[in-house]
Design a protein around this ligand. Structure first.
Ligand SMILES: [Zn+2]
Length: 297
């Protein structure tokens, strides 16, 4: 049994431990999925490898098919990490990460440093952090915007006013899957961030649930993009993010070309590489074929 970052509440009981089984249907059942996004893989691996959740004392809850999408996305990463260890038979979940160096890269010659480290080992040694919730009430948290947002009245639908307090909730796997299929969000990084915030915001103090739903329902008029425009508000949204799971803020990685510090984050790009066919075929020669990361932060 291992502890989940968030867990799931059913009938008032907090189940925040899990156990993984070999993926039912094997890796092909996952690669058979039509959804090739990270969130799609995550859902498949979680569905295939976890059948029950547990309380700290071992009381179990058998998961129903409709429960899987409610499991928090952060727990999805944790479950996938454990599933990968079981799947590969290795002690640690290892995959290649790529760190871009802004110092010695030039336009046509981008310099990356490849690293293969276990996040759980780094966390054990205190080189990165790993955050768990202490209580399910922490699923939700409040962000207080420094600059009040002004919402104009709209006929009989919106009463209008100024608002500063947003209640946000940790996203579920189902919400992550929905975001990965959102074509508006896929257009730009800013859109993805705003779509993520819209999904997170569950309450605005002073605004009724009905009003919030009306303001959020039209994807072409994303709420966060429309109202959270002030730079100090954007920074507050980012800074007040709920810290959960692995966090690489203080991770040290040196550029192998020039020695500059290029760490400070985690690269999820190859997280699911344990599902790649070459892993399940030990006779295949593993060359130096690398899928270079194109994500930079
Ligand atoms: Zn460099």
């Amino acid at each position: 049994m291992f502890q989940l970052y968030c867990g799931l509440v059913r009938n008032g009981i907090w189940y925040n431990y899990a156990e993984v089984q070999p993926i039912s249907g094997g890796v092909l059942s996952i690669m058979d999925g039509l959804d090739k996004s990270g969130a799609g893989y995550m859902l498949k691996v979680v569905e295939g490898s976890v059948k029950a959740l547990y309380t700290k004392d071992g009381q179990s809850y058998q998961l129903e098919p409709e429960d899987y999408k409610d499991i928090k996305g952060k727990d999805g990463w944790k479950i996938c990490e454990e599933a990968s260890k079981l799947f590969t038979g290795e002690k640690h979940h290892l995959f290649e990460e790529h760190f871009f160096c802004p110092v010695c890269s030039t336009t046509n010659n981008e310099k990356y440093t490849h690293v293969k480290e276990s996040w759980s080992e780094l966390a054990e040694k205190g080189l990165i952090d790993e955050h768990y919730l202490n209580d399910p009430s922490e699923f939700r948290w409040t962000t207080e915007l420094p600059v009040p947002i002004e919402i104009k009245p709209l006929q009989n639908h919106i009463s209008g006013g100024t608002y500063t307090k947003l209640v946000r909730e940790v996203l579920s796997i189902g919400q992550m899957v929905r975001l990965s299929k959102d074509s508006w969000a896929a257009q730009t990084e800013a859109n993805m961030l705003c779509a993520t915030w819209d999904a997170e915001i569950v309450e605005i103090t002073g605004l009724s649930e009905r009003e919030l739903n009306i303001l959020k329902r039209n994807n072409q008029e994303n709420f966060s993009k429309k109202y959270i425009k002030d730079q100090t508000n954007i920074e507050e949204m980012l800074n007040s993010e709920r810290k959960l799971g692995y966090e690489g803020e203080f991770r040290k990685v040196s550029c192998k070309h020039c020695g500059s510090e290029v760490g400070g984050h985690l690269d999820f790009t190859n997280f699911f590489s344990f599902l790649s066919p070459k892993k399940s075929n030990p006779s295949a020669k593993t060359g130096d074929r690398t899928t270079r990361s194109t994500t930079r932060r």
